[in-house]
Design a protein around this ligand. Structure first.
Ligand SMILES: Cc1cc2nc3c(=O)[nH]c(=O)nc-3n(C[C@H](O)[C@H](O)[C@H](O)COP(=O)(O)OP(=O)(O)OC[C@H]3O[C@@H](n4cnc5c(N)ncnc54)[C@H](O)[C@@H]3O)c2cc1C
Length: 405
């Protein structure tokens, strides 16, 4: 920083000790944690600052599906989103098997497959989808003994398709990525972006320290909006797409990882199943029900979910189950008409980069983009390695445990 830059700092920051690092990341969700591990593996020194708990934003509230794009191909042709995401399951599987860009061996895989299920004659509306050449080899109809337990019931009359997608235990993933980050994680309740005179970032002020880096990466999900304001930028704009998810907890719930097809191109219901701390299981319901249920009271939405499950899977015993809902926003770069963005998003501006993965599954893709951008800008690892003794953030408590303590 120049002498002139130092004069423009508030007194609190002038009094603080400087900490130098190659790359400073703000936000410890999947985007920040994945990227941090990649940067460290590439030899960069990093500091990742988390305001609350690791993964406690969207990441640990996600369903953990490592999409391959099938959901987006429901209209009969592969959209750009499906193209961008189609390579992700293989990337993740390589990491889970210890032969990828990050060693994620040991992370719990909840299901090797996600499924698509049609409750009745709906499949006829989707002839184009199943005829799509790009989907061949990625969607297989399964019957008989291959059916997941929940569909292996004489009353089930629909069709089930196995997707080349997997479902991860995200809390376990976050814990694992936190270990890869080692001493680079920093907890601070209110990190502040210090705006430079010429549109750059002068540093990040945390309690007692001023972090100075070659590049600053905003990967704070919904928090990017406020950080951009501190930086003095009005763009890129962010959008929030709200959801109200439904959680059902019970000891007797069979595992279910599937999109239920409805009459629209979006899944009527997306169900994943998660382990609770007391050995019970939690069904986590998303899809249209969560999008359309945003304005409903928790009681209304729970009643609707109970109706849906009773009509779709009447043989599953839900007696004695506990029910909850969870409001959560998806934070993404703004799109016209609040539509879903197609791919991971990165914008470079001066010495900062702003990012949203838009999907947990796209974290590897986002990291590729950021590493390529750093290379394009000529940013190299330096010899400096800060190893400060600072408070560390802890991983968040899974929502199925915080809502059903
Ligand atoms: C209900 C739901 C289900 C989903 N299911 C899936 C799915 O099955 N598959 C999939 O691929 N994607 C899914 N997604 C999308 C996916 O969860 C998100 O795209 C992804 O988790 C975003 O990760 P992130 O790291 O950008 O943000 P986040 O996970 O939100 O992390 C941001 C972090 O930044 C921290 N932070 C915020 N402000 C500051 C600040 N000022 N200073 C320091 N730290 C700050 C937060 O505390 C948080 O830890 C789902 C999303 C939702 C909401």
């Amino acid at each position: 920083m120049s002498i002139l830059g130092l004069f423009s700092l508030p007194v609190r920051e002038l009094m603080s000790t400087p900490l130098d690092t190659d790359i400073c990341l703000i936000g410890g969700g999947i985007a920040g944690l994945w990227l941090n591990a990649r940067l460290r593996a590439a030899g960069f020194s990093t500091l990742l600052i988390e305001q609350n708990q690791l993964g406690g934003g969207q990441s640990m509230k996600s369903q953990g599906i490592i999409h391959g794009g099938t959901k987006y191909a429901l209209q009969g042709s592969l959209t750009q989103a499906a193209e961008a995401i189609s390579g992700m399951p293989a990337r993740w599987r390589a990491c889970l098997e210890g032969r990828g860009e990050l060693d994620l061996s040991g992370v719990r895989v909840l299901s090797q497959h996600h499924y698509l299920w049609s409750p009745g004659s709906m499949i006829s509306n989707l002839a184009g989808f199943f005829a799509s050449k790009a989907l061949r080899g990625r969607v297989d109809q399964i019957k008989g003994k291959s059916l997941p337990e929940v569909f292996a019931h004489p009353a089930f009359k629909g069709k089930v398709y196995q997707l080349a997608e997997l479902v991860l235990d995200v809390p376990d993933l976050v814990r694992h990525l936190a270990e890869l980050s080692a001493e680079s994680l920093v907890a601070d309740p209110d990190p502040r972006v210090l705006q430079g005179a010429d549109g750059d970032i002068q540093g990040i002020a945390i309690e007692g320290h001023l972090i100075r880096a070659q590049r600053y990466i905003l990967c704070a999900g919904e928090g990017n909006e406020q950080l951009l304001q501190q930086w003095g930028l009005s763009k890129p704009a962010m959008q929030r797409r709200p959801l109200q998810m439904v959680l059902v907890k019970g000891a007797q719930l069979p595992p279910l990882y599937a999109h239920c097809l409805g009459s629209s191109p979006k899944p009527r219901l997306t169900v994943t199943t998660h382990p609770c701390h007391d050995g019970q299981w939690c069904w986590y319901l998303g899809g249209e029900i969560a999008e359309q249920g945003v304005e409903q009271s928790a009681a209304q939405l729970i009643a609707k979910a109970q109706q849906e499950l009773a009509s779709l899977l009447p043989w599953v015993d839900l007696s004695g189950c506990q029910w909850q809902t969870l409001h959560v926003n998806r934070a993404e770069p703004a799109q016209s008409g609040l539509t879903r963005p197609d791919s991971a998003y990165l914008q470079a501006s001066s010495n900062g980069l702003v990012s949203w993965p838009t999907k947990l599954a796209l974290a590897p893709d986002l990291s590729d983009q950021i590493l390529a951008e750093l290379e394009r800008q000529g940013i190299q690892p330096s010899a400096q390695k800060s190893n400060p003794s600072l408070p560390r953030p802890a991983p968040a408590v899974p929502v199925w445990d915080s809502l059903f303590p």
